[in-house]
Ligand binder design. Structure first.
Ligand code: F6P
Length: 358
């Protein structure tokens, strides 16, 4: 069997341990009957036929390694079937040609939302595909969790933990802005785990007045400081009422580098408090996978290899409860898993007395 592997989209912790899980299982079960090919920089390598044969030793010593040994890139789904001119092949056509020329029996694709749309497109064009769910955002449909998420929660939690002491010393209000794109999972989990006082996620539009009231209430009860965990995708109640076009325009004209700086100004005007902003940014995606992600990626890698051996293509390996199960790519592609505003965990935060910024 000839199997091409690629990692696509924004990286995260656990990509290498997932590749290792797939490779070790295939080598163990199929021995010399399998050849693995590393496709460089995600779909870019598939489009440009940039791939190479890999050896078992390439997968040694990478369990704890951050990033991806294959490299990655962002290749927007909407560009896959566009032609620059009449005679030019589309990226999709080029990828299909690479698969044919290389005689890949299957592609193993590790990625998040955009990656899964393209993986599904390839499957619809007859390519055998098995995928693994990666992203620190945890916003992939069809799986309870994605790998990378837990490692990012650990980092974001550590950042907010550290902010506590300096916030206390100075009696300040701090905003810690966490990643997560349009989903609030990372902010919600890290916010609760680190004891943040206010958690603002995209799924629950915020009111600056409500946040100011929460800060002032803490002040009246004798608390010297407040810590706000704010998702990079947070939106205000006013913005939630806008059309997509109006929102895009408003954000284009926003005179701040990110939502947290705007919120800091809004809250300063309302409370008179000194407010500091901390943004850990890509730090949340870097470094070694945490043990939970090493375990998860190993289980997902083994499951992906077993799907290939059984010929069950067109699936993503997913977490459902305590099990790893196959989920058809057609069910995953194009859907976003956001935090339900009435979920148990949001309710738990509210019951605890945390403000959700609304
Ligand atoms: O999807 C992962 C993610 O880290 C998001 O949380 C964030 O919005 C985005 O990628 C950042 O993208 P880039 O690495 O291209 O700046």
């Amino acid at each position: 069997m000839k199997i091409g592997m690629l990692t696509s989209g924004g990286d995260c912790q656990g990509l290498n341990s997932a590749l290792r899980g797939v490779a070790k299982t295939l080598y163990h079960e199929l021995g010399s009957d399998v050849t693995l090919y590393g496709i460089r920089d995600g779909y870019r390598g598939l489009i440009e036929a940039d791939y190479h044969v890999m050896q078992p030793e390439d997968f040694s010593d990478i369990l704890t390694l951050g990033g991806t040994i294959l490299g990655t890139s962002r290749q927007p789904f909407k560009m896959m079937q566009k032609k620059a001119d009449e005679n030019e092949e589309t990226k999709l056509e080029k990828m299909l040609e690479t698969c044919k020329k290389a005689r890949f029996d299957c592609l193993v694709i590790l990625g998040g939302n955009g990656t899964h749309k393209t993986a599904n497109l390839l499957a619809q064009h007859g390519i055998h595909v098995v995928t693994l769910p990666k992203t620190i955002d945890n916003d992939l449909w069809g799986t309870d969790t994605t790998f990378g998420f837990q490692s990012a929660v650990n980092i974001a939690t550590t950042v907010i933990d550290s902010i506590h002491s300096t916030a206390f010393s100075h009696g300040r209000v701090f905003i810690v802005e966490t990643m997560g794109h349009k989903a609030g999972w990372l902010t919600l989990y890290a916010g609760i785990a680190s004891g943040a006082d206010v958690i603002v996620i995209p799924e629950i539009p915020y009111s600056a007045q409500a946040i100011a009231a929460a800060i002032e209430k803490r002040g009246r009860s004798g608390k010297r400081f407040s810590i706000l965990a704010v998702a990079e995708g947070a939106i205000s109640k006013e913005e939630a009422k806008m059309s997509k076009k109006e929102f895009k325009e408003a954000r284009r004209n926003m005179p701040y580098p990110s939502i947290s700086y705007r919120m800091a100004d809004e809250l300063k005007a309302l409370t008179g408090e000194e407010i500091r902003v901390t943004i850990p940014g890509h730090y949340q995606r870097g470094g070694a996978p945490c043990p939970a992600d090493r375990l998860l990626t190993t289980r997902l890698g083994v499951a992906a290899a077993n799907l290939i051996r059984e010929g069950k293509f067109g699936n993503m390996v997913a977490v459902k409860g305590n099990k790893i199960v196959p989920v058809p790519l057609s069910e995953v592609a194009g859907k976003l898993k956001t935090v339900p505003a009435d979920s148990d965990i949001v309710q738990a935060a509210r019951d605890l007395g945390l403000s959700m910024g609304d």
